[in-house]
Design a protein around this ligand. Structure first.
Ligand code: UDP
Length: 325
């Protein structure tokens, strides 16, 4: 239908991108998904291909983007997003955050579309302020292993703000904290798929360092709701979206052991360089501006996620090598 709103979602075949596609389809939008499938997987959006509201472009957004027809919104979610991914493909990570956002912003100007970019708690680096508020400028090592991701995302925010102030483009910036749920890639090296995968295969759970570092995990449906509200708001400054329920990685491992009933134990491995010691979002802004706060607690969210991983085939479960190995 010509009067339906139309949204372009880059990174559509990824974990977050695919859940966003589902949400916008459910809201009655026409959805154009775009992905180069370097870390995304078509199986995440397979169910959408039969719908006339959905179309898919196999394209790398670091290259010029051409989408015929109108676009009301552009959501830029294309990017490798786990520490292992960006260690293995550092140049692509830098390009999608810089050239990719430049192409998206240029496209948005031509289409007169509103742009929302996926930024990250990584812009705060190894934070000296706890919990992290949007006003904190961060503590990032530009030449460390995470630099390619952190600096790309920081550049992406700067570029987006410049298009907003200089060209008057409507822009939104979400700073996403650790998020989990079905469709996470089992072998992307992130802690949750790593622990659940190990438990399901009967292996010990690899805890990095002494496990005293903290993270705060947000269930994916809560994140999608926050993003939807931010897109529809008139607020152009960055907004943290995440669940402030903070936990140490050791406690998290113990929760996974209990949930899965595995007989295996936590074993300590070396802590990767520049691994942030603590992370927890201050979500005051999201509460005040968007009326948003997370609804799904960790016990509920982990149960759904565990059921998803349990439903994977033995072949998928045993594919432990990273896809670039
Ligand atoms: N981690 C771990 N074991 C693993 C993978 C990760 O202990 O097998 C730790 C990692 O060192 C970090 C935390 O879990 O402190 C979260 O890591 P993840 O890669 O999921 O995301 P990050 O928040 O570091 O970007």
């Amino acid at each position: 239908m010509a009067n339906r709103k139309r949204v372009l979602i880059t990174g559509a075949a990824g974990f977050l991108g695919s859940h966003l596609c589902d949400r916008f389809i459910a809201e009655g939008y026409d959805v154009v998904g775009m992905d180069n499938l370097i870390t995304g997987d078509l199986k995440n959006i397979e169910h959408l291909f039969k719908l006339e509201q959905f179309e898919f472009y196999h394209h790398d957004v670091s290259k010029f983007i051409h989408v015929p027809g109108k676009l009301d919104y552009i959501l830029h979610f294309a990017s490798p997003a786990s520490p292992i991914d960006y260690l293995k493909i550092p140049i692509q990570t830098l390009k999608v955050g810089s050239l990719g956002i430049h192409n998206c912003l240029g496209l948005a100007r031509v289409k007169n579309a509103r742009v929302l970019i996926a930024s990250t708690s990584e812009v705060y680096g190894d934070p000296m302020v706890h919990p992290q508020t949007e006003e904190y400028w961060g503590n990032v090592n530009p030449v460390g292993p995470r630099g390619v991701y952190d600096e790309a995302k920081r550049f992406q925010e700067a570029m987006t703000m410049a298009y907003h102030t200089f060209h008057g483009l409507e822009t939104r910036i979400v700073r996403i904290f650790n998020t989990y749920g079905p469709r996470m890639r089992l072998n992307d090296g992130r802690v949750l798929p790593a622990f659940i995968g190990q438990a399901l295969r009967g292996e010990d759970l690899t805890m990095f360092g002494d496990g005293s570092q903290t993270r705060s995990f947000c269930y994916v449906s809560d994140l999608v709701e926050g993003i939807f509200r931010l897109l529809m708001s008139d607020y152009a400054q960055p907004v943290n979206i995440g669940n402030p329920d903070e936990i140490t990685i050791r406690e998290f491992g113990e929760e996974i052991i209990k949930l899965t009933g595995t007989n295996q134990k936590l074993v300590s491995k070396p802590l990767p360089k520049d691994d942030p010691k603590q992370r927890k979002p201050d979500i005051t802004k999201a509460k005040e501006i968007l009326g948003w706060e997370p609804k799904v607690n960790r016990a509920e969210g982990l149960k759904i996620t565990y059921d998803y991983f349990k439903s994977l085939s033995p072949e998928e479960l045993n594919k432990t090598a990273h896809r670039f190995d």
